[in-house]
Design a protein around this ligand. Structure first.
Ligand SMILES: Cc1cc2nc3c(=O)[nH]c(=O)nc-3n(C[C@H](O)[C@H](O)[C@H](O)COP(=O)(O)O)c2cc1C
Length: 367
C-alpha cells in the first residue's frame, strides 16, 4: 500500500465519523460583508468537501459580544442572517459528502484594521493589553467574563442546532482565550489571573464547561491552542511537560475532546530531549486525540507567506513517520488547501505533479 493511504483511514470521535484524517485548517478570509456568509463562502467550502477533505474547520467566526471582531467582513456566529448563511453552508457541505465544525472566536484586545473600522465598544481582554506593556482595550469585569462565556456556549448550541458535526473553540494565537493564558496579557489579580499557567486557564476551563453543557456529552468539542502568539512568535506558555500537563488536563476535565495544536512547522520538537511535537506531547499527556498542523505539504511557513514568500509542495514523509508512531490522529492543512481545493484528492491519488503550492495571490479570492 502506498504510504499516504494511512491518512485515508476513517476516524471516530463520539458522534463524529470522518472518512479520512485530513482537516482543513481554520482560515480567516474576510469575504462575509456585514458578518453574513453568502453562497460564495458556501461554494468555497463545498469544493473542499467534494474533493475529499475529511473535516472542514471554518474560518474563525465571532461570538456575540460587542467587540469580538475588528473586521466587518469576518462572519458572525450569531444573529438571524449570519446563522441562516451558516445553515446553507453546512447543508451544502453535507450534501457534498463533507463534515464541518465552525471555529468560534473572540479576538480579545486587537489592533484596529488599516481601514480604521471599529466595533461599537472598546476591545476587551483580561487586562486590556494588546501586547506586552501596551494597552489597546479594556480589562473585562466579572460580568463581561460571564457574558463572554455565555456567548461561546450560545454559539456552540447554535452550531449543534444548525447541524454542524463538531465545534472548535479558538484558544490560540494571542486572541482572547490565549490572552488569558499568557501572563504578559493577563495581569489580573482576581481568580482569572495568577502566577501559573494552570491558574490563568480558569477562564478557558469555565468556558469549555459551559460549551459542554450547551452541546451535551456526545458532541465533539475541539480546542485550538498554541504556544506562539501573533504578538510574539517565540512566546511559550508551557516550558516543561509538567506545565503543559497542568494546563491541559483541567481542560479535558471541562470537556475538551480533541486538541488542535497549532505550530508554524509541525516537525519542530516541543521540548528538548525528545522529537515529539506539540500535538505529540498533548496526546501523550492527556490521552486525548490531537490534530497537528503547520507547513504540511509546503516548503515555507505561513507567516513568511504573508511577507510574500511563495511555498512549493514538499514531501509528506516526516509527517507520515510521526503519524505512524501515533503522535496525533488528524492532520490539518491550511494554505495548501486554501490555494487548491483538490489537494486532498491529489495526494490520495498520488497526483503529486499536479500540486500547486501557495502564494499570496491566492488570498485575493475564494478559489
Ligand atoms: C489566510 C490565513 C488565515 C488564518 N486564519 C486563522 C483563523 O481564523 N483561525 C486560526 O486558528 N488560524 C488561522 N490561520 C492559521 C492556520 O489555521 C494554520 O494554522 C496555519 O496557516 C499553518 O498551516 P499551513 O502551514 O498549512 O498554512 C490562518 C492562516 C492563514 C494562512
Amino acid at each position: 500500500m502506498d504510504k499516504i493511504q494511512v491518512l485515508f483511514q476513517p476516524f471516530r470521535l463520539k458522534s463524529l465519523e470522518l472518512k479520512n484524517r485530513i482537516v482543513m485548517a481554520p482560515m480567516t478570509r474576510s469575504f462575509s460583508p456585514g458578518g453574513v456568509p453568502a453562497s460564495n463562502v458556501a461554494d468555497y467550502y463545498v469544493r473542499r468537501a467534494e474533493d475529499e477533505v475529511g473535516l472542514i474547520v471554518s474560518e474563525g467566526t465571532v461570538v456575540n459580544r460587542p467587540a469580538s471582531s475588528n473586521d466587518p467582513d469576518i462572519p458572525h456566529f450569531y444573529g438571524e442572517k449570519p446563522l441562516s448563511g451558516w445553515k446553507a453552508v453546512i447543508d451544502r457541505v453535507h450534501a457534498a459528502g463533507g463534515l464541518m465544525a465552525p471555529q468560534l472566536w473572540h479576538m480579545g484586545v486587537v489592533a484596529p484594521k488599516d481601514t480604521g473600522w471599529l466595533p461599537l465598544a472598546p476591545f476587551e481582554g483580561p487586562s486590556g493589553y494588546v501586547a506586552p506593556g501596551r494597552i489597546g482595550g479594556v480589562a473585562m469585569t466579572e460580568s463581561d467574563i460571564a457574558g463572554t462565556i455565555q456567548a461561546f456556549a450560545q454559539a456552540a448550541a447554535e452550531s449543534k442546532a444548525l447541524g454542524f458535526d463538531a465545534v472548535e473553540i479558538h484558544g490560540a494565537h494571542g486572541y482572547l482565550i490565549d490572552q488569558f493564558f499568557w501572563h504578559p496579557t493577563n495581569q489580573r489579580t482576581d481568580g482569572y489571573g495568577g502566577r501559573t499557567l494552570a491558574e490563568r486557564a480558569r477562564f478557558a476551563v469555565e468556558l469549555i464547561r459551559a460549551v459542554r453543557k450547551a452541546v451535551g456529552p456526545d458532541f465533539p468539542i475541539g480546542l485550538r491552542i498554541s504556544q506562539w502568539k501573533l504578538q510574539d512568535f517565540a512566546a511559550r506558555l508551557a516550558t516543561t511537560p509538567q506545565e503543559m500537563e497542568a494546563w491541559l488536563v483541567p481542560l479535558v476535565g471541562a470537556g475538551v475532546d480533541i486538541f488542535h495544536c497549532s505550530q508554524r512547522r509541525f516537525w519542530e520538537p516541543e521540548f528538548t530531549g525528545s522529537d515529539l511535537n506539540f500535538a505529540g506531547w498533548a496526546k501523550k499527556l492527556t490521552g486525548k486525540s490531537t490534530i497537528t498542523v503547520g507547513s504540511i505539504g509546503l516548503s515555507g511557513d505561513f507567516l513568511n507567506a504573508f511577507q510574500g514568500e511563495s511555498s512549493t509542495p514538499s514531501a509528506l514523509d516526516e509527517l507520515l513517520r510521526r503519524y505512524d508512531r501515533g503522535d496525533f490522529d488528524l492532520v490539518a492543512v491550511g494554505r495548501a488547501l486554501l490555494a487548491d481545493a483538490g489537494w486532498a484528492q491529489k495526494i490520495h491519488e498520488g497526483r503529486s505533479g499536479e500540486l500547486v503550492g501557495f502564494n499570496k495571490e491566492a488570498l485575493a479570492s475564494l478559489l
